[in-house]
Design a protein around this ligand. Structure first.
Ligand code: UDP
Ligand code: MG
Length: 139
């Protein structure tokens, strides 16, 4: 069942460069409602758990190090068709392949340091949202 919610993180690279406001503006201008929002930091253990699905991939160690190196913004977002529409808004994983007008086209620097996360399914959106937010932090 589609929940009309997705989960995002503004990754450490984009936070370091001062892009929180610009990225949140693109998200809300695209019609997403903010359900939950916080500045936080993943521990190494958090990053390993969050990206466990990629644990066999060659970039896993680098990804864990990157995602835990500084603060992130975590958010749950709501919109009709949220997961698919948000993936379209962020663009391809590699910014070299990302379409004009996407968040990654504007703010990502490489396939690893690509500014934002977006859930890939309703099921993962629910799991990832619950990883960061309790029920009383969802509005
Ligand atoms: N990643 C990487 N190298 C790659 C592919 C992915 O460092 O060759 C990182 C990148 O930060 C990406 C994350 O791992 O966002 C998760 O990869 P996934 O394939 O799920 O991409 P996404 O869903 O974020 O577009
Ligand atoms: Mg993914």
């Amino acid at each position: 069942m589609a929940t009309n919610r997705t989960f995002t993180m503004i990754k450490p690279d984009a936070v370091e460069k001062g892009h929180i406001g610009g990225i949140l503006a693109m998200i809300t201008d695209a019609g997403f409602r903010i359900v939950s929002l916080k500045l936080t930091q993943l521990t190494v253990a958090d990053a390993k758990a969050f990206y466990a699905v990629h644990s066999e991939r060659p970039f896993y160690g680098e990804l864990v190090e990157f995602m835990s190196r500084g603060p992130i913004v975590a958010a749950i977002l709501e919109k009709d068709n949220a997961v698919e529409d948000f993936r379209a808004l962020i663009g391809a994983t590699n910014p070299a392949d990302a379409a004009e007008g996407t968040i990654r086209k504007k703010y990502a620097t490489s396939v690893g340091e690509n500014a934002v996360h977006g859930s890939d399914s309703d099921e993962n959106a629910a799991l990832e949202g619950a990883f960061h937010f309790s029920g009383r932090e969802q509005f």
